[in-house]
Design a protein around this ligand. Structure first.
Ligand SMILES: [Zn+2]
Length: 452
């Protein structure tokens, strides 16, 4: 099937030779970009007119917890910092079941998709006793939505009785974690180019996972050639935890246990010193920057400008919906720009810098930049189109790329993933969406009330 996107107002390629093309076209065949250019477009079996639209590569979200879309803006922790927030919510999260995971995953994915996301990861680290196959449930939800998905097998093994933060009810044994990780990789991981589904391994954080489990997971990742992910250096409390328990700062601890390597990407990385940044750069680690979550929990300002200058691979992420509490990537892009400027000045980052983080930057973090993250021949047809003909953009057309970041775009008008249209006229294509929202609210109400 040949599709032509034609008369594109402005096309941002985000490829190595960054270009902004006016009156452009994109030719797509069987989910792959065949050609891009300007002038008279080639004929397609399907032709879509994108006059007055800005087209960018689809956004890549590099960190999330889908299930948290059931726990947005929970009153008791609306103003709590991370550790108190977690301790309160673990007691609600322990009642999750497979239906809750399935429904909340679809909601979280659709919400991101409506803002232009075409690829996402997820870290699902909660596996309450007696419950199984949560990752399978979120994978089937993702397949339903058509998103390109790179979930991580999250895990927690250090409970309160062993000096960790989570209660016994939500942690697993190391053996169980390893068995399930291997099962998931063997069942789902597709390492081929243009893959729609890959698996990575993700022990949750230094304060919820044993050292043995961290080391074993890194060995597994090496053995099965998959990526590694965890939360790191998010708060001062975590710094204190690592120094008290390990006599090391978070990045030093990762170095000691063999986690500083090219497979790894870390979420947050707020509390770093110059030496930490040098180590992360020298070992080619990636970063999922979560500015809204960092502001929401009062965690701090990550040294993104300095990390960019050090050559670290940087992607953006909405983080879980209990600490954002939105899943709109456009807000994340804007916040990433604004937050650096608060302390480092108006030229700390440019609108094009943060757009790069959200597209090819995220693709590099997930090691998928050989086929997503930019619009160029040979890559998967993952893209987002934004109408410039709307109230909040009126008067902002002198530089549409800057306006996408600085003005209020709300959402994407058309989203294509793997050559298929998933959002049209600003709406996610799924007739069951109203029923899905109704069910999500029912489940959310029950879980927040603490009922299984
Ligand atoms: Zn997180």
């Amino acid at each position: 099937m040949k599709t032509t996107l034609k008369n594109i107002g402005l096309l941002v390629t985000m490829d190595r030779n960054y270009r902004e093309l006016e009156e452009a076209y994109i030719q797509i065949e069987d989910g792959i970009i065949k050609d891009i250019g300007t002038g008279k477009p080639p004929a397609g079996e399907i032709e879509i007119d994108l006059k007055d639209h800005l087209v960018t590569p689809g956004f890549v979200n590099t960190h999330h917890h889908f299930y948290q879309s059931l726990f947005r803006s929970v009153k008791e922790v609306a103003s709590a910092k991370l550790f108190e927030w977690l301790v309160f919510l673990y007691e609600k999260w322990k009642n999750l079941d497979n239906e809750a995971i399935f429904v909340s995953s679809k909601i979280a994915i659709y919400e991101m998709m409506a803002s232009g996301v075409t690829t996402t990861t997820d870290m699902l680290y909660l596996h309450p006793s007696g419950r199984e196959y949560f990752i399978d449930s979120e994978i089937s939800a993702a397949i339903d939505t058509g998103i390109r998905f790179h979930p991580t097998r999250g895990s927690m093994s250090l409970s309160r009785k062993d000096g960790g933060l989570p209660p016994d009810s939500v942690v697993q044994t190391e053996r169980k974690i390893v068995e399930d990780s291997v099962r998931l990789i063997e069942k789902y991981h597709d390492s081929r180019k243009h893959s729609m589904l890959r698996i990575a391994l993700a022990p949750c954080s230094p304060f919820s996972v044993t050292e043995e489990s961290m080391i074993r997971t890194a060995e597994l990742a090496e053995e099965f050639d998959v990526l590694l992910h965890t939360h790191l250096a998010e708060t001062r409390d975590e710094d204190d935890f690592c120094i008290n328990r390990k006599k090391l700062r978070p990045v030093e601890y990762m170095e000691k246990i063999g986690w500083l390597n090219r497979r790894t990407w870390f979420a947050h990385l707020v509390w770093l010193n110059d030496e930490d940044i040098e180590k992360l750069a020298a070992n080619d680690c990636g970063m999922a920057h979560c500015p809204t979550s960092n502001m929401r929990l009062g965690s701090g300002i990550a040294p993104v400008k300095e990390m960019k200058e050090a050559g670290i691979r940087i992607g953006l992420a909405v983080d879980g919906s209990s600490s954002n509490d939105s899943g709109n990537m456009l807000l994340e892009i804007r916040n990433a720009l604004m937050l650096q400027r608060v302390t480092k000045g108006a030229d700390a980052l440019s609108p094009r810098d943060v757009l790069e983080f959200a597209t090819i930057g995220g693709a590099k973090v997930l090691r998928m930049d050989d086929y997503i993250g930019s619009i160029e021949p040979g890559k998967s047809a993952d893209l987002a189109a934004f109408s410039l003909n709307k109230l909040s953009m009126a008067g902002g057309l002198s530089d549409p790329v800057a306006s996408l970041v600085l003005c209020d775009m709300h959402g994407s008008d058309l989203v294509m993933i793997n050559g298929k249209i998933r959002v049209q006229n600003g709406r996610v294509i799924d007739n069951d969406l109203p029923e899905l929202i109704r069910r999500q609210n029912e489940i959310s109400k029950k879980l927040i009330a603490g009922r299984p």
